[in-house]
Design a protein. Sequence first.
Length: 650
Amino acid sequence: MQRFYITTPIYYVNAKPHLGHAYTTTVADSLNRFHKLMGEETYFLTGTDEHGDKIVQAAESNGQTPQEYVDVISKLFRDLWPNMNISNNDFIRTTEPRHKAVVQQILQKVYDAGDIYFGEYGGHYCFGCERFYTEKELVDGLCPDHLTKPEYIAEKNYFFKMSKYRDWLLDHINKHPDFIRPERYRNEVVSLLESGELEDLCISRPKSRLTWGIELPFDADYVTYVWFDALINYVAALGWPDGEKFKKFWPAANHMVAKDILKPHAIFWPTMLKAAGIEPYQHLNVHGYWLVEDTKMSKSIGNVVEPLAMKDAYGLDAFRYFLLREMSFGQDSSFSEKALVGRLNADLANDLGNLFNRTLSMTHKYFGGKIPRPDVEDVVDAEIKKIGQDAMQSFQDFFTDLKFSRALEGLWELVRGLNKYIDETAPWALFKEKNTGRLSTVIYVLLENMRKIAVHLWPVMPEASERMLEQLGITFDPEKINLPKELDVWGLLESDAMVAETSNLFPRVDLPEEKAETKAEAKSAKKDKKAAKKDDKTAEPVPEIDFEDFQKLDLRVGTVLEADKHPEADRLLLVKVDTGDKEPRQVVAGLADYFQPDDLVGRQVVVVANLKPRKLRKQLSQGMVLAVKTDNGMELLTPTGAVPPGSKVS
Ligand code: MSP
């Protein structure tokens, strides 16, 4: 059986968990779940990094001992993960005896092998980074990260002969091109190694300066430097050297980190492993940084995004979906609630949610909620099957390669394909014609595909996926699911099982300020309705008008030149129409729930051209596009043959 071992960085306990930590851990969780469904045996580790100067300082400023302090913050991380549906098998803390013992064993082993020596060292020490900088690395004499003046410290310390392993590491990277991925980070490491000698690594701190660390087994006056301590967690948790888990999972080790800790993971760690006689890990997977409105997240700016606040506002699965869909793995991404809301409404509420709801409600309307037995087939069924196979293949391939965004995009080809399939097969017409044979197949094809989509979504949105399956009458069991097999199997959904009547798994969401506006709008609409009701009693439902009244309307055919999303309202589109005037006119139309902007371009529509211009959510609207709302969506009014733009409707 193939195996998969995934780790996150062990997070420092000098700050509360934020979006960045949540992202890495969510990606690791999704990968862990994905590999499980690919039929592999998986193991998932996260934890906290609790030694070092920074922790001591943070504890002091909190009036606590380091141990008291780390216990509190480590618990914040440990308690957060179940709340985010993170499926880690273990949580390791560097203050645990099981970790300390392995760190000391490895230090002793490397020391005995002659790869650790005692030497005098003078260097520019940055307390923020907890590391020495060479003269060359400083920028105008300042730490390149913190822009503060480092302190010059000369002291005797222990050093790891990292330089000795430079050629071996370069050779290993060359022989295993995907050792560090994506490629840009591999290239970064290769050029760093090729640019010059690899220095030796100072791996101790004298106790006179720092006591909060793991004591060197061969010198009680020193503690271990944080990185030499922290990296070892990845093998300590598996029970190195003889643990069963170590033997099983270490050969399949995948580390997940962001670019900030590339060097320790890509250079310190493999050379440490080599010196300790441990095989290198399989892959180092490196992602970019989440920025908030294009700036770094920071407490002082006050733009730190808290994962649980996002969960509360939008739902956990929606937040998880956004994280994986929005960031191109390896590159930086900008986080904004506006982007999140846009994504959720477009992909989840509109595309997926509508499809699922329509399918369930048709099953109830036409078959009393029972999954029909497929019957008469048509060529469109084979076509949608092929679309499904391609979409699932693309999802699985991209996910394996960490291209999560493209994987989801690939799966959405099937979501969109199914929405089109409904339009093409027109189940409502089949029902009217009493063509039950064909209608049974159409509904079955839709439901079986919904099942396939739901199982593929489990790694990303575990809860929504399980609920979708439940609504399709299936109890979720990861042991029974095998994604590669899904490409070929058909018909796992059992006919005659009952499906849920509706599903509200992916509701539309509003930005906080939009929510307030929508509430106000709803209030005034209620008022209008009340007023209309009052009028109803006295007036005719639709009063008759004279021909002259009708003539007051300037109805024209126009051709849509451009269409875009309204920057501030999800349901509106900005449509530029050529209505025969000198300049095209902009119409703000409530069509976004039914049409993609590109679908409208080139189409002819009927426009009320002499409606008084007004602003809708800050955008000028010069007219109105006529459309008919149906049970299944929205139809545009359009001439049956092309006419010159500006032609009058009379
Ligand atoms: N303790 C070390 C890691 C030791 S691993 C042997 C450490 N801890 S940390 O708390 O600073 O975590 C850094 C990691 O948090 C990043 O590599 C990344 O996984 C995550 N992120 C923190 N901020 C982030 C963003 N703004 N964006 C994306 N991820 C980021 O370094």
